[in-house]
Design a protein around this ligand. Structure first.
Ligand code: PMP
Length: 427
């Protein structure tokens, strides 16, 4: 038995499913999850001492690679001064200023402790500000696990939402309308049906929770126009894409300006952080300046703030944004060439530092329906062949992959050599 197998049987006795977040359990790919001992740079090491090139990066935060010295120093130095005060600190102003500098649509920002908290709070704020109840989200987009957002589409885009998890009251879910990603017409119809009821529209600007699906040209701009027309708050959820698709986020990359932005992952450099921010007029509507309540014991935690500051300061150095995109392109194009060589039907989507692999004979994957038609069995075989050879991909066919600045050309070459063997196994 490997150490991971022993640990997994132990953890399943005491932690539901043996994990503290479901996708970690390898349910999507089968087999035993790899238990991690430590990580350094582009690599993670499991409890059996095996090294993997890591394309999960803690699901996005580790954009500089693991254990980056700038972040480690910041965390250790700050920790020596105390772990949490529940009172304001200079560090949180520094991080807020840096976030506003990098993402100019954010005029004011509030720190929280996770992406889920960020989107949940932004939606409450939008509802309070507009005095409306309904929200629009998109099929296949994930924004954390709060009640309003755990909703699947009914039989058609315009039917009222159904809870996608027991425990979410239908009375909450009915306020969530689900439209089709990359289908502006479905959004127009929702607005036409409820012209005065929609508080906000929330979207992943590049969908990263149904694998990786970039927006079609003019889709985001079209959403912006509809939100203007119906006085609806436009929320771009950059928890995953922020500072990764581009330094200024996907909103900069695609040239679209939201009213509110939600952030997470990268702004904490690996510590638990989220944030939501945007137009001053809307942000001042939260407590204590406004009536919409939102709070957090550990919000703005000094260690998390210093880790986030170190991460963003490093990331914004000249050349890093381009380097991350080039590494991603090299990997994605390399995989495409290998799939062709082995005649495996395959599509790869990528933008900035994120990518997605689809085993499919469709010419492109730009919708939820197309993503769902991909061959999950082929992905499972590919995933395990890569894992065997020391390449750690997201253990699900429906999650995006993440590049880091610690990856180098040699890591990509090693990954492609492993993929050559993995594709061959699919024939
Ligand atoms: N929004 C998006 C776009 C996400 O990808 C995620 C998590 N993957 C969340 C929100 C929720 O963030 P967290 O897991 O930190 O609560």
């Amino acid at each position: 038995m490997t150490n991971s197998e022993t640990l997994f049987s132990r953890s399943q006795q005491i932690i539901p499913g043996g994990v503290n977040s479901p996708v970690r359990a390898f349910k999507g790919v089968g087999g035993t999850p790899v238990f991690i001992e430590r990580a350094q740079g582009a690599y993670i090491f499991d409890t059996d001492g095996k090294q993997y090139i890591d394309y999960v990066g803690s699901w996005g935060p580790m954009i500089l690679g693991h254990n980056h010295p700038a972040i480690l120093d910041a965390v250790l130095n700050t920790a020596q001064k105390g772990l949490s005060f529940g009172a304001p600190t200079p560090l949180e102003i520094d991080l807020a200023e840096l976030v506003c500098e990098l993402v100019p649509s954010i005029e004011m920002v509030r720190m929280v402790s996770s992406g889920t908290e960020a989107t949940m709070s932004a939606i409450r704020l939008a509802r309070g500000y507009t005095k409306r109840d309904k929200i629009i989200k998109f099929e296949g987009c994930y924004h954390g696990h709060s009640d309003s957002l755990l909703v699947k589409a009914g039989s058609g885009a315009l039917t009222l939402g159904q809870p996608s998890s027991p425990g979410v009251p239908e009375d909450f879910a009915k306020h969530t309308l689900t439209c089709e990603y990359n289908n502006l017409q479905s959004v127009k119809e929702a607005f036409e049906q409820y012209p005065n009821d929609i508080a906000c529209l929330i979207i992943e600007p590049v969908a990263g929770n149904m694998n990786c699906i970039p927006p079609k040209p003019a889709f985001l701009a079209g959403l912006r126009e509809l939100c203007n027309q119906y006085s609806t708050v436009f929320i771009i959820d950059e928890v995953m894409t922020g500072f990764r698709v581009a330094l200024g986020g996907a909103q900069h990359y695609y040239g679209v300006t939201p009213d509110l932005t939600t952030l997470g992952k990268v702004i904490g450099g690996g510590m638990p952080v989220g944030a939501f921010g945007g137009k001053k007029e809307i942000m001042q509507y939260i407590a204590p300046t406004g009536p919409v309540y939102q709070a957090g014991t550990l919000s703005g935690n000094p260690i998390a703030m210093s880790a986030g500051l170190a991460c963003l300061n490093e990331l914004k150095k000249a050349g890093n944004e381009q380097k991350l995109a080039c590494l991603t392109q090299k990997l994605a194009e390399g995989l495409k060439t290998l799939a062709q060589k082995h005649q495996v039907p395959f599509v790869v989507n990528y933008v900035g530092g994120m990518f997605g692999l689809f085993f499919t004979d469709q010419a492109e994957v730009s919708s939820y329906q197309q993503a769902m038609q991909c061959d999950v069995e082929k992905f499972k075989i590919f995933f395990h062949k890569m894992l065997e050879q020391g390449v750690y991909l997201a253990p699900s066919a429906f999650e995006a992959g993440f590049m880091s600045l610690a990856h180098n050309d040699e890591d990509i070459d090693r990954t492609l050599a492993a993929a050559d063997i993995a594709f061959a196994a699919l024939k």
